[in-house]
Design a protein around this ligand. Structure first.
Ligand code: BDR
Ligand code: CA
Length: 315
């Protein structure tokens, strides 16, 4: 049975790859996209989402603009990682279509409440929209089918501070609300995403197909690879967000543990740090499934095959 997916996203280079993977995957239907501040401003990432959908001839997918700012913290965009536009060196045409009038967090509420038990939410940016939706309509907690979240660094070092991953660092208070909400959650932290590196060899394989899709992937990831090389000495780039999306229909890519996971919202050096109570010191029930093991090649093969298919369909 196909899954109904909503992507809450801040495209963003790896976010745009997640959108393309969703469009290329017959196991899922992308019911809509809500956008969120993060890699670039909400205005910008909304334009990017629309342009990417048009690039893949999927302008039927509606886009809803979400929150402009984190709940408490000041905004923190990431031009050094994703470029000023959010899409690296890629230059997409301005979209012909526009975002829907409804706010992104209200779209999440409407969809989840009108299709109880059917919506899979995939949140691959800061969690502000999701937290807002929970506060506005707490019944979404019982009515969402499942929530896949890209965020956190459990045993892995942070990618934004020494301790914190970007999405949880940018809006730790939103992450705190979501983690403690009782939603059925699956978390994909840097521990697993940093094993999934898109390399120049992978890119060259895709570039054998002459298509606007492969050109986009090349122009976007070239910037992302330069960032990874300069800041983290990684050869290639980490594609966190499509990996998280892939788990919705190929869960066997990862191994999971049911654990109690929390996020630091105190104002010290640990702000945004995520941690799991492996020894159950707190005597609290697990609040999520945490992906801790991964089969990187299984994901990369899936990703490359799907991008090839999408590129051939758009060549
Ligand atoms: C996350 O932060 C962003 O830079 C990426 O899009 C991803 O969602 C990785 O820490
Ligand atoms: Ca993202």
């Amino acid at each position: 049975m196909t899954k109904h997916i909503i992507l809450d996203t801040d495209p963003g280079i790896d976010d745009s790859l997640a959108i393309l993977l969703a469009l290329a995957s017959p196991e899922i239907v992308l019911d809509g996209i809500s956008t969120i501040h993060g890699n670039a401003s909400t205005e910008r990432v909304t334009t990017n989402a629309l342009s990417i959908l048009e690039l893949a001839k999927a302008s039927h997918v509606p886009v809803y603009k979400g929150c402009d700012l984190p709940l408490v913290q000041p905004s923190l965009l990431s031009p050094e990682t994703h470029g000023d536009s959010g899409l690296g060196y890629a230059k997409l045409s301005a979209p012909l279509g526009q975002a829907q009038a409804q706010h992104g967090s209200d779209f999440l509420i409407d969809q989840i409440m009108s299709k109880p038990g059917e919506i899979t939410l995939v949140a691959i940016g800061p969690l502000t929209n999701v937290a807002m939706a929970i506060r506005k309509e707490p019944r979404i907690v019982q009515n969402v089918k499942e929530v896949f979240i890209m965020g956190g660094a459990i045993r892995h070092q942070g990618n934004t501070t020494a301790l914190a991953e970007y999405n949880t660092y940018v809006d730790p208070h939103a992450a705190h609300i979501v983690f403690h909400s009782g939603m059925p959650m699956i978390l994909t932290p840097l521990d697993v995403t940093y094993q999934c590196i898109f390399t120049t060899d992978d890119l060259n394989r895709l570039l054998k197909i002459n298509s606007p899709i492969t050109k986009f992937i090349a122009d976007a990831t070239r910037f992302y690879m330069e960032f990874h090389d300069e800041y983290q000495k990684i050869d290639g780039c980490v594609i966190n967000d499509p990996m998280t999306l892939a788990l919705t229909f190929m869960p066997e890519i990862c191994d999971y543990q049911d654990l109690y996971v929390d996020v630091d919202i105190s104002t010290g050096v640990g702000l945004g740090n995520t941690f799991a109570d492996f020894y159950n010191y707190e005597k609290k029930a697990p609040n999520m499934k945490l992906a801790l093991g991964v089969r990187p090649r299984m994901f990369m093969e899936l990703f490359l095959e799907r991008m090839e298919k999408l590129a051939k369909a758009n060549s």
